[in-house]
Ligand binder design. Structure first.
Ligand code: NOJ
Length: 761
């Protein structure tokens, strides 16, 4: 056992970082003075109103002025709202707030702007496969610009829950399985949404990091389920992205639906106050998830009144939708169950958020109809979305250079996603206008021009069973056809073609909230379609649509090429055509392991060695940690992705064999583009702590670089490691590192790495 260095408790470690959204002291004191003066004038009822966040449900039709929402505003019963779309409506509701109420306090207007507003970017899981923080920040800033042009000033994004269970549909909304990659991307989202000067800019929005915390560990991959884990695991494996968001200045945090240590996160004082506020110094707004105070009743923890008091006392500031704060806290105050000081604190945080958004300077700052007319779904935004989409595609297989396709002959596009316009954007894209989107069929036809003929057949339904399909397509129905007739047509079209592009997989609503699956293969009807297409003997490119890692064992064994395009947003069709024809070159790498079967999940690369690691993956080894009927490793490892070009890694070198105390170590690897295309490679660096206080992962990502090389070009890629990269939380939750032996690994993915060792003083 080594002697630990830099003994810092978790709390001290984090408070040394600059946390929260605090601007400089001068500005803070101006804000504090302003809010104190305002709060001096407020009645208890007005304060409680500020804590209430209802959903408009976008049900306001006709006269906004007489809507229930407008009535609630007049009665000073709300601090903001969400789910109302359209700048004119929002402007009118804001007008009611600032003209028809006693204190004229403006409202905050939220929405789930998850991966774009009108210009839709790839789903977050796809975005994370770009490993491109600049692209993520750019996409978030465009989303912010469009949303803010249409009345919205607060997005319930980024979702940063580390997720390792492909059954869980919400894996689609996050950054994958790794806390380090997740934290880097989280910072980029926060920066992109909030910009440099939220108060002055009208094109930025407040970020809301969610779901705090550990929602990604929902047991059995079933949504809203409990998430139960040790503190060690919380700190070392799940916490970092949330903490990174706070450090980056995220203005708000949303608590999660799940229980943490048995207590719903919404009312978990350790989580919300001790950790988030005190340890991390978060000084922004803490909002619940949708009706999660109300759901504490169903959880069997407390009926609404008690649940509201517990949530407030735990540190919650704003109640999304359950109306518990509005309707019960006054009574709880009289009974001494809550304090006025805590109500004041919560109210202050809501008002601070409005101040930070500049709403007290100009309540109509985000309500400029001319911006909504000119700044949504612009050519410029769309071309950015198309460019970024290409970075998120992951080439999983490409035997014999099947891809890129030549622009010649007859290409058969077959499969239910080939022309499914309303499905291109994936989950959480309620604000999009699908009729303006480009499908693979449109994209391929316009890219092929008159050089190649593109023929299309739907080929199959999503599922054979109509009821299963109904659940799967949810709000984006697809026209169903007769299973047999669809297959016959597809085979006829396929037989007359030179190559088949099979566009299939999951429908958009098969991932996201409330979309868990126990079978993570391509659905039955489409699997059979693929098998039948294979019988034609034509080369097949699987153009895979999915919101989660799938079990692609059959596809890997039987098809020459697999390009995973996830759900790529409004520009899917053109982005897909660009890549299929080689105008763009794949560079995406998986941010989550693709398992060989659902039985392996949860699966992730950074596992801890057991005392009996599997000595030989090719056979069963009794009394070793393995399965009777399956290997341990995934089909495609974390960090994996091919390109049309090839990269050669030279031998890595260290500038010294010991990292001196307080110093650093440089790790260099020569990289050469040895293929026929210019392209980008994501070089990954992992470490392993050989002996530590607790068993440590066999590999942990600690650095990555996206390197663009022209064909034939070479470059040395250098990483600098410091003690920060070696630290973790030990059995006493002390943050530090153990001097001694470490391994450092570099490679194109988490599996194919080269290794060297060094010592840390
Ligand atoms: C529930 C979801 O869990 C959360 O992510 C979302 O932001 C809210 N609903 C509001 O729509």
């Amino acid at each position: 056992m080594k002697i630990r260095h830099l003994l810092l408790t978790a709390g001290v470690a984090c408070c040394l970082l600059s946390c929260g959204t605090s601007s400089d002291n001068g500005k803070d004191s101006e804000m504090n003075r302003f809010i104190s003066e305002l709060m001096d004038k407020m009645t208890l009822k007005e304060k409680l109103g500020q804590l209430n966040l209802p959903s408009g449900g976008d049900m306001i039709t006709g006269n906004v002025q007489n809507s229930p929402l407008a009535e609630a505003i007049r009665k000073e019963e709300i601090g903001g709202f969400f789910n109302v779309l359209g700048v004119e409506k929002i402007r009118e509701l804001q007008r009611v707030a600032v003209e028809e109420t006693r204190l004229k306090i403006p409202l905050i207007v939220g929405n789930d702007v998850i991966h774009g507003y009108k210009t839709i970017f790839p789903i977050p899981l796809a975005m994370s496969c770009s490993w491109d923080t600049a692209a993520v920040a750019r996409a978030a800033s465009i989303a912010a610009k469009e949303a803010s042009a249409d009345g919205i000033c607060w997005t319930f994004s980024p979702m940063v829950d580390v997720a390792r269970d492909a059954r869980w549909g919400r894996i689609a909304e996050g950054n994958g399985e790794d806390p380090y990659l997740g934290a880097q991307l989280t910072r980029a989202y926060v920066k992109g949404y909030q910009g440099d000067n939220l108060q002055k800019s009208d094109s930025s929005v407040m970020a809301c990091v969610k779901h705090f915390a550990f929602y990604g560990a929902s047991e059995s991959g079933r949504d809203y389920n409990i998430a139960d884990m040790s503190r060690i695991r919380m700190y070392n494996e799940f916490m970092e992205p949330y903490r990174a968001a706070v450090e980056a200045g995220a203005g708000s945090v949303m608590s999660s639906f799940n229980t943490v240590d048995g207590v719903p996160a919404t009312a978990n004082k350790w989580l919300l106050t001790d950790l988030l506020r005190k340890e991390w110094g978060f000084d922004g707004l803490l909002v619940t998830d949708y009706n999660s105070i109300g759901e504490m009743n169903t959880h069997g923890v407390a009926p609404l009144k008690e649940a509201s008091a517990r949530a407030l006392n735990a540190g919650t500031d704003m109640d999304m939708v359950s109306y518990g704060f509005l309707n019960t806290l006054e009574e709880s105050l009289k009974e001494g169950k809550v304090t006025e000081a805590r109500i004041d604190e919560a109210c202050r945080r809501v008002l601070e958020m409005k101040y930070k958004l500049g709403l007290f300077d100009d309540p109509y700052k985000y309500c400029k109809p001319e911006r909504a007319r000119n700044e949504l779904f612009t050519d410029e935004n769309r071309s950015e979305a198309r460019r970024i989409a290409a970075e998120t595609f992951v080439l999983l297989k490409n035997e014999g250079g099947t891809l890129p396709l030549k622009r010649e002959g007859r290409i058969a596009l077959i499969g239910p996603m080939g022309d499914a316009r309303n499905n291109m954007c994936g989950m959480w894209s309620a604000t999009c206008d699908p009729e303006r989107h480009v499908t693979p069929l449109d994209g391929l036809r316009s890219a092929a021009g008159d050089q190649a003929e593109i023929v299309y057949a739907k080929g199959s339904n999503i599922y054979y069973d109509e009821r299963t399909e109904k659940g799967a397509v949810g709000t984006r129905p697809l026209q169903r056809g007769d299973n047999k007739a669809l297959l016959e047509e597809a085979l006829r079209v396929a037989r007359g073609a030179d190559v088949i592009v099979a566009a299939l997989g999951e429908a958009a609503d098969m991932s996201g909230e409330s979309a868990s699956r126990t079978d993570i293969r391509i659905p039955d009807a489409q699997r059979d379609l693929l098998k039948a297409l294979k019988e034609t003997g034509k080369p097949i490119v699987l153009l895979l649509f999915t919101g989660r890692p799938l079990d692609l064992t059959w596809e890997e064994d039987n098809l020459p090429a697999i390009l995973n395009v996830w759900f790529a947003g409004s520009e899917t069709g053109d982005a897909v055509a660009d890549m299929l024809f080689g105008k763009t070159v794949p560079s995406g790498k998986l941010s989550t392991t693709f398992p060989r079967s659902v039985g392996q999940v949860p699966i992730y690369y950074s596992q801890v060695n057991t005392g009996r690691p599997d000595p030989n993956p090719d056979e069963f080894n009794r009394y070793q940690s393995n399965y009777l009927d399956e290997r341990n490793d995934g089909l495609y490892p974390f960090g994996y992705g091919l390109s049309y070009t090839t990269f050669e890694y030279g031998e890595m070198s260290l500038n010294q064999t010991t990292m001196p105390k307080g110093g650093s170590l440089k790790v260099t690897v020569p990289l050469k583009n040895t293929g026929e295309y210019d392209g980008a490679e994501i070089v990954q660096l992992y470490i392993h702590d050989r002996y530590a206080d607790i068993a440590r992962p066999v590999k942990e990502l600690k650095g990555f670089q996206r390197v663009f090389l022209k064909k034939g070009e070479s470059r040395d890629v250098t990483f600098t490691l410091t003690a920060e990269d070696l630290k973790y939380y030990n059995s006493e939750l002390t943050y530090g590192y153990d001097p001694g032996e470490f391994e450092v690994m570099i490679g194109p993915n988490s599996r194919d790495v080269q290794k060297k060792t060094f010592n840390a003083d």
